[in-house]
Design a protein around this ligand. Structure first.
Ligand code: HEC
Ligand code: HEC
Length: 167
């Protein structure tokens, strides 16, 4: 291969591995509490820890999210919590913990920010609001819409409901 061809290929590689990711990162960066990406969260506790200060900013779904209706049929929804548990164990347990109390192993071991989602503060929100928050994230709470399809996120809402603390 000529050295010119090698040089061109080198440039293409640099574009692909640095410029393209930097550009998409810049697009994502909408303010200091823009949500972290799902697979970065637990694998980069340094970065996640830096987002702890975001907990001080309110996490509020927009008014239209309140009205979002779960599109899964009632029969499906009854099964949904079991499906939801499988993805909860993979994607959420590390931070929110098995009972949703915010004491997941990764959160505790690596000081990754986490919160209790079994209490009224979370459980009194509508399905639509929880769906919106799981989809969009904030700070250390990843935005899951790029990784999990809508239906899986509605199933997660059904599972999160099952974590409600019995009063
Ligand atoms: C809730 C926290 C959490 C999230 C979210 C998460 N991981 Fe992990 N991941 C872990 C932990 C903890 C381990 C180490 C497990 C072990 O040692 O048994 C791990 C291990 C791995 C491994 C195996 C590494 C090895 O050396 O064996 C891969 C690959 C991986 N994760 C990829 C991903 C990808 C891709 C995503 C996004 C879909 C992701 N992870 C999201 C916590 C997480
Ligand atoms: C890396 C840790 C981490 C992972 C993984 C994670 N969360 Fe979160 N979650 C948080 C943090 C931190 C907050 C609070 C964010 C804030 O207010 O700044 C949050 C907030 C939430 C809320 C909103 C609670 C409320 O009262 O408004 C819900 C619902 C939620 N998470 C569900 C999930 C689900 C479902 C998953 C898995 C798909 C998940 N989380 C994965 C850290 C995490």
């Amino acid at each position: 291969m000529s050295s010119r061809a090698k040089w061109l290929m080198g440039c293409a590689a640099v574009m692909l591995f640095t410029v393209v990711p930097l550009a998409s990162r810049a697009e994502e960066a909408a303010g200091p509490c823009a949500p972290i990406q799902p697979c970065t969260a637990c694998h980069n506790p340094e970065l996640t820890r830096a987002l702890a200060k975001c907990l001080a900013e309110p996490f509020v779904a927009p008014p239209e999210a309140k009205e979002l209706k779960n599109p899964i049929s009632p029969e499906e929804l009854r099964k949904a919590s079991a499906f939801g548990k499988a993805s909860y164990d993979i994607y959420c347990d590390g931070c929110h913990g098995p009972e949703g109390e915010g004491n997941g192993l990764i959160a505790v071991k690596h000081s990754v920010p986490s919160i209790n989602i079994s209490i009224p503060r979370t459980q009194d929100q509508t399905d639509g609001e929880l769906f919106w928050k799981i989809s969009n994230g904030k700070g250390a709470m990843p935005s899951w819409k790029s990784l999990l399809p809508d239906e899986d996120r509605w199933r997660l809402v059904a599972f999160v409901r099952s974590l409600r603390k019995k009063e």
